[in-house]
Design a protein around this ligand. Sequence first.
Ligand code: CTP
Length: 403
Amino acid sequence: MLKGKKILLGITGSIAAYKAILLVRLFTKAGAEVRVIMTPSATNFVSPLVLSTLTGNKVLIDLFNEDTWANHVMLGRWADLMLIAPLSCNTMAKMAAGQCDNLLLAVYLSATCPVVVSPAMDEDMWHHPATKNNIQMLQSFGNSIINVEHGELASGLVGEGRMAEPESIVNYVTAHFFRDKVLRDKKVLVTAGPTYEAIDPVRFIGNHSSGKMGIALAEAFYLKGADVMLVTGPVYVKPVFDGIKIHQVTSAAEMYKACLSAFPTADIAVMSAAVADYQPLNVAGEKIKKKDEEMVIQLAKTRDILKSLGEIKQANQLLVGFALETQNEREYALEKMKAKNADMIVLNSLKDSNAGFGYDTNKVTVFDKEGNEYPLGLASKKVIAAEIVNIIISKVNVKETYI
Ligand code: CTP
């Protein structure tokens, strides 16, 4: 997404300027080209030498240096995006007023590319009416604002005003300016995580699914431009992109209801949740007290969501299931794909070390109903998700040409 993108990073005088080093690393690691402009006061907080070394480009500071004076208009035209992070209160006010007493402001005022800012200041400054006015002014000029975060501030106080973390800034920039468009007209439904089946008001039957694979899939679809709805059971992670719609559920029955209602308008559905196969037949209204040495809980089958979607699937919908197996993996996975009328199935073998529940990595094989097999080697769930989404995209496109 960021590969080959040209980012003009403006750094102003704020203690958060030290985070610009990590920001530059994240952008360059993702394949973006970064050029840095600093206000003179920013050089008190972070070394231009470090930034020029990391970007491979000279850091620009002085407006009246011969070549920068001549080039300030060109810089804003060179960039795909101008990001000012951190944005100090002072530079914010100057931007709002249209002042131009340094190179960064000159480039900002002449930039033809989108501009996004990530403010950083103490809480009282952040809440000052002048700051609020300036923020509104910047927004009215068409600039995007990355919200400040709550946390420890340079003053030692705790409150609002911290610059967003570099990872969050990169995610914001990627999601708002550099999403792919290939799935722009597609609605995607993804399920993730475990389901919890209540035994009584305090106990449940659950499983170890972390939801990481499903969330990585939702993010990968989103980055390809899709309109994504994530139906998730109880999980401790959430997608990094705000644009992903989240429907949180607890039980298999709730997940069933959410999926059945979302599926008719979905183009693609990927069921990666580890849905409970059984639920307690009766849920006790009060906490069950400890009595006998042994206890039996009667269970009833839950409804199979993937199978139900397979029964109502239309020709223009692509349905993908997951299969978690410990033996006869291939055979069971193919059987599941057929029995549930899925178009593809992703086999997750628990025999592979570092793959499956709880890990950040995974190793899967994707099968499609045409008999193709795509083994994907051990990689991060993010990479695996991107590969699965690419396989799905190739199917969706093939389908479209036939319709
Ligand atoms: N699944 C579902 N609803 C259920 C159970 C499973 O939608 N009540 C979906 C899962 O999300 C997954 C696929 O079915 O996409 C396969 O899940 P898995 O647990 O591997 O298979 P089961 O059909 O439950 O069979 P078994 O547990 O016997 O292997």
